[in-house]
Write a protein that binds this ligand. Structure first.
Ligand SMILES: Cc1cc2nc3c(=O)[nH]c(=O)nc-3n(C[C@H](O)[C@H](O)[C@H](O)COP(=O)(O)OP(=O)(O)OC[C@H]3O[C@@H](n4cnc5c(N)ncnc54)[C@H](O)[C@@H]3O)c2cc1C
Length: 499
């Protein structure tokens, strides 16, 4: 396995090139093919915390990254009008409250609630309160009890990030090839991809091919004919319109605002705001979607509406023969929980761990595909949850949501949580119990019972316990800086720490 060929120069292509060049070093020669004629998807600006590890592994410093990509910090996602119109909740990163022995914090909160306490779950989250107050800060001390810290991701300009990674990759020796793929030659004996033929007659051969060609899935889907598994019956949205508007005071969270015909993202960057409406062509027209988005922009538009269509679902295998698909070429889930770039990252880590030395082993391929399937299905269920647990009935779009039963894996979880408040992270999935709990409760699903161990705390102690946690969160939030100023200072390379 000497020659790795990446097809596609979008976020997935350049993330792959940078990562593989860094991890595999001189043991492989990497070529990236991209077409000037075919645009990248041009969206994908909100992330989740593991992106920090990706940059750290590459050795890209945070101030450099923030300055190069117009990035801001992200502490979570605020969901508005999802459970019911006029309700909102935050899916914040980082812990909520404090686990007591074996009993998750939520059971103490549920007990207090049953006894008349009216605090909301977010009152116990450092991230949630900081986000609400539009504050941010980083600790130089190791996080731990008595030394809280925020868990964060970024909002950034995806094209600028791809450019940063391109520069990085070229410096690591990645060969950049401009051209348009016209044909894929497959070895009839073993079914492996042998050579890529470009429209200008040039050819590129390789040992391992990484398909980052976007939704066209030129290698995995088209050349190798791996079947696509559609999830549209669970997630009906198949279109999005994006409009950028001018910069506003940057909030440290993404907004996901439900409307009668879909949902809107709002992503604050330093120099502009990214906006989009995700909707279903079965329940509304492009014109209607554009109107909805234009009516709800936070500022003046600076781009024309860009309408995109997408297929929700994934290719059954993400690695077939000598081809691994990464990014949109492997499938897509709507960006409600900002998971796509993370899935690029996790596919790359998986590939690096199973990278073939001499030959591709069927056992490694099967393991890669098994892990990728579990990851995608866990995220799929988490996204479907937002739609299932809603009381909205104000349009066909929302009324239709319940017409298909939820995946069994999700329905089980909802039923168990409703009955007893029990939740367990499955198969090392991306979202942990705290993430599921915030969304379940945020969408209005309150368990009928709480754990018996939560009963053991005397009522007066419970009140003091909860009050002191709220105070700790509030006191901490007061030590933080205004998010907007923090970003500005960071860009000026004046990192401000709090003790
Ligand atoms: C509406 C929407 C919103 C999103 N929001 C988020 C978000 O907030 N957070 C997040 O993590 N992700 C988000 N995503 C997903 C994210 O945009 C993608 O995962 C990411 O950009 C990776 O895209 P890609 O590189 O796989 O594909 P693309 O950007 O489509 O790149 C494909 C590449 O393949 C090349 N190519 C295609 N055909 C040929 C050919 N014949 N020859 C040579 N080259 C070719 C193109 O030139 C291009 O360089 C969103 C996606 C959509 C659709």
């Amino acid at each position: 396995m000497k020659k790795v060929v990446i097809v596609g120069g979008g976020s997935a292509g350049w993330m792959s090139a940078a990562f593989l060049a860094k991890v595999l070093g001189a043991s492989v020669q990497i070529t990236l093919l991209e077409s000037k004629q075919i645009a990248t998807v041009g969206v994908g600006e909100a992330t989740i915390p593991p992106i920090q590890l990706f940059n750290q592994l590459l050795g890209i410093s945070e101030p450099d990254f923030i300055a190069a990509t117009q990035a801001t910090f992200k502490l979570g996602i605020q969901f508005e009008h999802w459970g019911k119109i006029n309700e909102r909740y935050m899916h914040a990163f980082g812990p909520t409250g404090k686990q007591m022995g074996l009993t998750p914090f939520v059971h103490y909160w549920l007990r207090a609630r049953a006894e008349g306490d009216n605090s909301v779950l977010g009152d116990y989250s450092f991230n949630s309160l900081a986000a609400k107050k539009q504050r941010f800060g980083q600790s130089t001390k190791k996080a731990g009890p008595g030394n809280p810290s925020l868990v964060y991701a970024y909002h950034f300009d995806a094209s600028a990030y791809a450019q940063l990674l391109k520069k990085y990759s070229l410096a690591q020796g990645v060969v950049h090839c401009e051209g348009t793929l016209a044909d894929v030659q497959i070895n009839a004996l073993d079914g492996n991809i042998q050579t890529l033929k470009l429209t200008d007659g040039h050819t590129i051969s390789g040992d391992l091919f990484i398909d980052c060609s976007g939704q066209r899935s030129l290698l995995l889907g088209q050349a190798l004919k791996v079947p696509f598994e559609s999830w549209q019956h669970w997630l009906p949205c198949n279109r999005a319109v994006a409009i950028q508007s001018d910069a506003q005071l940057a909030a440290p969270f993404t907004r996901a605002i439900a409307h009668s015909n879909g949902w809107q993202w709002q992503i604050p960057l330093q120099n502009r705001t990214g906006n989009g409406l995700v909707y279903a062509s079965d329940f509304g027209s492009d014109a209607q979607a554009i109107r909805t988005l234009e009516q709800h922009l936070p500022g003046n538009p600076i781009t024309d509406p860009n309408v995109l269509s997408f297929k929700v679902g994934r290719y059954r295998d993400q690695w077939r023969n000598n081809c691994v698909a990464i990014g949109l070429a492997s499938g897509f889930l709507e960006p409600l929980e900002s998971t796509s770039l993370h899935m690029v990252q996790s596919s790359l880590v998986r590939l690096a761990k199973l990278f073939p030395a001499l030959e591709i082993l069927a056992t490694d391929v099967a393991e890669f595909n098994r892990q990728a399937t579990l990851e995608a299905e866990g995220i799929r269920d988490f996204i479907i949850l937002h739609y299932r647990q809603t009381q909205r009935q104000d349009s066909d779009f929302w009324r239709n949501i319940h017409s298909t039963p939820a995946p069994e894996s999700l329905q089980d979880r909802i039923d168990t949580f409703l009955a007893s408040g029990y939740l367990a992270r499955r198969n090392d999935e991306l979202f942990d119990e705290n993430a599921w709990t915030q969304v379940l409760i945020g969408q209005g699903l309150i368990p009928k019972r709480y754990h018996v161990l939560a009963e053991q705390m005397p009522k007066s102690d419970l009140i003091v316990f909860l009050r002191s946690l709220r105070q700790q969160v509030d006191t901490f939030s007061e030590t933080l800086s205004c998010h907007q100023s923090y970003v500005k200072n960071l860009v000026d390379k004046k990192v401000r720490n709090y003790a």
